[in-house]
Design a protein around this ligand. Structure first.
Ligand SMILES: *[C@@H]1O[C@H](CO)[C@@H](O)[C@H](O)[C@H]1NC(C)=O
Ligand SMILES: *[C@@H]1O[C@H](CO)[C@@H](O)[C@H](O)[C@H]1NC(C)=O
Length: 541
């Protein structure tokens, strides 16, 4: 079975890649080889067992999807996607602001957003229209006798060409939220929306469209009175940041006004995505998802929106949502979703592989009887915290209980949610796992360790969104001495002393040097100031 293989493949066995703990610990144990091997063997068995158990006890049967055809190709593709990282654009940030100033909204936008100005006059006429006025995404709207035709990657709208000469054009859309990022947009499945004469009235139109109308396929599945929302699950899906920023948040923005009365039609659907986000998706729709690419049945609707609205990076602008919802409302939805997840039995493993045992502080601080908790997210491969053990001790001495979290590709989000729910502070080195800050309570603290050369994406992707969420955001920009690059390059090298000379060359250069090749050894004396600041914020004076 696919999922098991995938989960097993994506979780590195702890035994073969021990966590990057300080060398001292390793030395202590080096003497007794047997003492090490036996527990490791047990640990391996435990980890494999847990993985299998997780896969088997998954509380999510695949029946939430209309078609459960094999999704092997999608699974394979995910491995590739997860290696990609996003490409921030120089103008990225401006774009978020430009969204506000987009001059007169095309009438279609009212139909898409369910505003009265769009709907009024044409209530009963079938039509197809598109709003291509935004920089980040195109959206289309269709009304009439709508039938999916996934074999030709089309949506047929019968009735939309009635009494119109010349017949309205076929509209094409790639329903993904990174329109400005032309490279990735080109990889998104293109959907054609074809206005056709009514399947019933075939007298007056041209012979070719009459033929098409006569060939109108019958409905296999009729969705009476429930609109459809079609979007793509492709692009950068596979990277946590993008799953939220380009996917779930725009989905929330576009779909929440239906209060569950909407059918989600997903192009380039991936089954793991549903497994992961089911608690959220179930709060956006009361209906089963339609896997547009593999479900070849004809689904019939009377109304459909194609594409998603997006306001910016991890942003929801209450001025632009139909009922003034903000990122806080999205957060509430997350909380309700993941709190509602009943822990499967046997319980999810608490220590390896995802959460390390809680390190308690004996410090009696100003927080009274309560000890505040810090959740430290660690990474493997790159941007690793090299002195994690010492860091944990410093956190402890400051007065925090320390929860070390090691998220992996297959980590169920509810595990992270349960780890973050009691946390007062989240600490992570810049990277996609930072996105988990969406689980933090308002007024809690987010500390981002910013490696050399990454100040801009750190601020743009996480700093600003975190502040908008109402978190106390603290950026810790490391000094060259705290970077592993310090050992590799000459002290005077522009890579260390003038990072903008590298980052100005573009994303590829920045990724090659600063994202992929850099680890961090915190100067704990300097860092403890940030910790103290966080502690004061949490506990008051
Ligand atoms: C088209 O019109 C013919 C009669 O001219 C009718 O028999 C047929 O059912 C119509 N086609 C459809 C799809 O309704
Ligand atoms: C840093 O590099 C940029 C771009 O190469 C250059 O314009 C700037 O003068 C440099 N700054 C310093 C302080 O060397």
């Amino acid at each position: 079975m696919n999922r098991q293989q995938r989960v097993a493949a994506t979780l590195p066995t702890p035994a073969h890649s021990p966590p990057p703990l300080p060398a001292g610990v390793e030395k202590e144990r080096k003497s007794s080889f047997c003492h090490r091997v036996f527990p490791l063997l047990l640990l391996t068995l435990y980890a494999v067992g847990s993985v299998l158990r997780l896969a088997l006890s998954s509380p999510f049967p695949s029946s939430f999807v209309q078609s459960s055809a094999s999704s092997f190709s999608a699974e394979l593709r995910q491995e590739v996607e997860s290696l990609k990282t996003h490409i921030p654009s120089e103008t990225n940030h401006l774009q978020a602001h430009e969204e506000h100033s987009v001059a007169p909204r095309p009438p279609c936008s009212g139909l898409i957003d369910g505003r009265a100005d769009g709907a009024a006059a044409t209530k009963d006429t079938a039509l197809v229209c598109c709003d291509r006025s935004h920089i980040r995404s195109d959206l289309c709207y269709a009304r009439g006798d709508i039938r999916t035709d996934s074999r030709s990657s089309s949506v047929l709208v019968y009735g939309a060409a009635d009494g119109k000469a010349p017949p309205p054009p076929v509209e094409k859309i790639r329903p993904y939220t990174r329109k400005w990022d032309t490279g990735i947009t080109a990889t998104i499945q293109e959907i054609s929306i074809r206005p056709l004469p009514s399947a019933a009235a075939n007298g007056s139109s041209s012979s070719s469209s009459r033929r098409q109308a006569a060939a109108a396929a019958g409905c296999d599945v009729r969705h009476e009175g429930v609109p459809a929302l079609l979007f793509s699950n492709g692009g950068y899906t596979g990277n946590l940041y993008h799953e939220f920023s380009d996917g779930l948040i725009p989905l929330y923005v576009t779909a929440q006004r239906f209060r569950g009365e909407v059918v989600l039609v997903v192009a380039e659907y991936r089954s793991w995505w549903l497994t992961r986000y089911r608690p959220v998706l179930e709060r956006l729709t009361k209906y089963k998802l339609v896997d547009f690419s593999r479900d070849t049945r004809v689904h019939c609707f009377s109304e459909m929106i194609l594409g998603l609205r997006i306001h910016g990076e991890l942003i929801i602008d209450p001025w632009l949502t139909p009922n003034g919802n903000s990122i806080r409302d999205f957060q509430t939805l997350l909380r309700e979703g993941f709190n509602g997840v009943v822990q499967p039995k046997p319980p999810l493993p608490e220590s390896p592989p995802f959460l390390r045992p809680l390190i308690r502080s004996s410090h009696r601080g100003q927080c009274g009887s309560r000890r505040p908790r810090i959740a430290v997210f660690i990474r493997k491969g790159c941007r690793v915290l090299l002195n994690l053990r010492e860091l944990a001790r410093t956190c402890q001495r400051t007065g925090f209980d320390v929860q070390i979290v090691e998220p992996k590709r297959g980590t169920p989000l509810e595990v992270i949610h349960h780890a973050l729910a009691p946390a007062d502070v989240m600490l992570a080195v810049h990277g996609a796992a930072m996105t988990h800050f969406l689980f933090m309570r308002p007024a809690s603290v987010l500390i981002q360790v910013v490696p050399l050369g990454l100040e801009k994406p750190a601020e743009e992707f996480y700093g600003e969104p975190a502040r908008r969420l109402g978190l106390e955001y603290l950026a810790y920009n490391i000094t060259p001495e705290e970077s592993s690059l310090y050992k590799i390059y000459d002290r005077q090298s522009p890579i260390l002393v003038n990072t903008s000379s590298i980052t100005s060359k573009g994303w590829e250069e920045m990724k090659k040097i600063y994202l992929d090749k850099q680890n961090v050894k915190l100067n704990l004396k300097r860092f403890s100031k940030i910790l103290a600041q966080a502690y004061t914020h949490v506990c008051g004076h």
